[in-house]
Design a protein around this ligand. Structure first.
Ligand code: PEP
Ligand code: MG
Length: 560
């Protein structure tokens, strides 16, 4: 048995055979091809390889899945797709990967425009097939298809890779890169699956199929665990399941409130339907953050209004009368997307301080308006919808966003309008901001990073990412005071998932907390045991603390 240490990113302990993901998302080369004839031949070969691979998987499975894989294999051999992509290679000297993604996108958009829901749903299959072909051409093997319950092991998992996985088969995640607020960690917590990230030397130490144990509480990965460790992992896994059952009985179905009856909405952060299902099973009272960009990060073209409204409507149908807060695209910095390539427009020395979030939307209002129209359309179907913009840094951003929502018909459809508080400048603009909006939602991940000028992805600066820091706590208090009941205040950063921190935030005036599914029951149960007055007193004390440790221990005393 070998033991590797990393960062504890999502709680729980589990074991299983490793499924090693060989590569991240597809890299699409840019340079024009010099020899279009051989590029066209290489493309044809790559398409055949993907088709054969899909057929082999279809034969190994059976049932409905086998039929889907067969249909995808036929798409990979589609002569029209090949001809369309080869035309792009010849006429525009596009590399094969880009050509097939572009030709496939046209095909996918045509399918989406169809009146038949069945045909429209096939658009995703076309995109998936094209992505596999492009990966093949780039020499990247896509090993994302899980055959059995597995521990997913990778250097780095991009959100688009995770979207490819059959999430029901993921027992745990372990990655070489990443931090507690990286996207693998966020997805793992939203699925309630243990994860350890930032494990040096992980991938080279693990072969596919090797037995691996993941302890997401201590941040340990066990390779080939011995019988004693196996017994420990299984026992902890069973204990956690029992603890969750106990919390469910205590707090699961009741509306979230303090002991003295102050309502606090406990919502979920999600990016996909499986995540929403997991959150609802854990008693989520709505979605406080739908990270819309995560579904589309591998796209060469922006997703259409129809595609987005289908996603929103599917979510709204599961939510019933619970609120869906749709965050408009937060692209840029750690989440680049080929369809909105910031680097193509200008080189950025500091992408985290560059053109991201609403700054990008202001340059591409058509992309924002497709999102807003999709949101308004969903609200028109009598769903409870809110929209919010990321990375707002002044009043003008907020005013512009509210005007765009108005122009899309948002107000008359009953869509609530809000912005995220992630940039320190807007903390000081609260009273005016609140009068422009229905709500604000504090993005503690970015707000902490920008308050301390410390990259949230840089493990060595994790100490400056502490949500109990005096600056962050005072910022939250100031935001609540500034909102002055004109706009409701929520928190959708990772800090909301810490039960002690959540109680301090409630004491400061926060009335909505949005978090990963795995934390909902814990926070609901903590809230139920305390009065608003106790939260207020502790919040006041914690905000005047000088060190994060002091504030944390004040919060912990609330939980005892
Ligand atoms: C945040 O910054 O706190 C947030 C919720 O947004 P994201 O993590 O997607 O940047
Ligand atoms: Mg953010």
């Amino acid at each position: 048995m070998k033991r590797l240490r990393g960062v504890a990113a999502s709680p729980g302990a589990r074991r299983g055979p490793a499924a090693v993901v060989a590569a991240g998302s597809v890299s699409l080369p840019d340079a024009p091809v010099e020899d279009p004839v051989s590029e066209a031949t290489a493309l044809e070969k790559a398409m055949e390889t993907v088709a054969t691979g899909l057929e082999a998987r279809a034969a190994a499975r059976g049932g409905e899945l086998s039929e889907i894989l067969e249909a995808q294999a036929a798409m990979a051999r589609d002569p029209e797709l090949l001809a369309g992509a080869q035309r792009l290679i010849k006429e525009r000297a596009l590399p094969g990967g880009r050509a097939v993604m572009e030709a496939g996108e046209e095909y996918a958009l045509a399918l989406e425009a169809s009146d038949s829901d069945y045909m429209a749903a096939r658009a995703q299959d076309v995109r998936d097939v094209c992505r596999r072909i492009a990966a093949g051409l780039a020499g990247e093997t896509s090993q994302l298809a899980l055959e059995a319950p597995s521990v997913v092991v990778a250097k780095e998992l991009m959100p688009a890779d995770v979207a490819d996985l059959d999430l029901h088969l993921v027992r745990a995640f372990a990655t070489e890169g990443g931090s507690r607020t990286s996207h693998t960690a966020i997805v793992a917590r939203s699925l309630g699956v243990p994860a350890v990230v930032g494990v040096d030397g992980l991938v080279s130490a693990i072969a596919n199929g090797m037995l691996v144990g993941v302890d997401g509480d201590s941040g340990t990965v066990y390779l080939d665990p011995n019988p004693k460790t196996t017994e420990m992992l299984d026992r902890r896994s069973a204990e956690r399941a029992a603890h969750i059952e106990e919390l469910r009985t205590m707090a699961g179905d009741e509306p979230a409130a303090t002991k003295d009856g102050t309502r606090v909405e406990i919502a979920a952060n999600v990016a996909s339907l499986p995540e929403l299902q997991a959150a609802l099973e854990s008693g989520a009272e709505g979605v406080g953050l739908l990270r819309t960009e995560l579904s589309f990060l591998d796209r060469a073209r922006p997703p259409s209004e129809q595609e987005q409204s289908r996603l929103f409507a599917d979510m709204a149908a599961l939510l019933g009368d619970r609120r869906l807060v749709i965050r408009t695209f937060d692209i840029g910095a750690d989440k680049p997307a080929p369809f909105l390539d910031t680097e193509e427009e200008e080189e950025e020395e500091n992408p985290a301080l560059g053109v991201r979030g609403i700054r990008l939307a202001r340059r591409h209002p058509d992309i924002l308006s497709a999102q807003l129209n999709a949101a308004v359309r969903t609200a028109g179907g009598r769903a409870r919808v809110a929209v919010m913009a990321p990375m707002v840094s002044n009043l003008e951003d907020a005013r512009w966003f509210a005007e765009q929502v108005e122009a899309a018909g948002g107000r008359s459809a009953g869509v609530e309008v809000g912005v995220m508080i992630e940039v320190p400048s807007v903390v000081f603009l609260m009273p005016e901001l609140a009068s422009l909006l229905d709500f604000v939602s504090i993005g503690t991940n970015d707000l902490t990073q920008y308050l301390h000028a410390a990259d949230r992805m840089q493990g060595s600066l994790a100490g400056l990412q502490d949500p109990f820091s005096s600056a962050l706590l005072r910022a939250v208090a100031r935001i609540c005071e500034g909102a002055d009941a004109k706009a409701w205040v929520g928190v959708c950063g990772e800090a909301a998932a810490d039960p002690g921190w959540a109680l301090l935030a409630v004491g400061m005036g926060v009335r909505e907390l949005s978090m990963d599914a795995g934390s909902i029951l814990e926070v609901k149960a903590a809230l139920r045991r305390i009065t608003l007055e106790e939260c207020r007193a502790a919040a006041e004390e914690a905000a005047s603390a000088h060190r994060p440790e002091e504030a944390r221990s004040i919060a912990l005393s609330l939980l005892r």
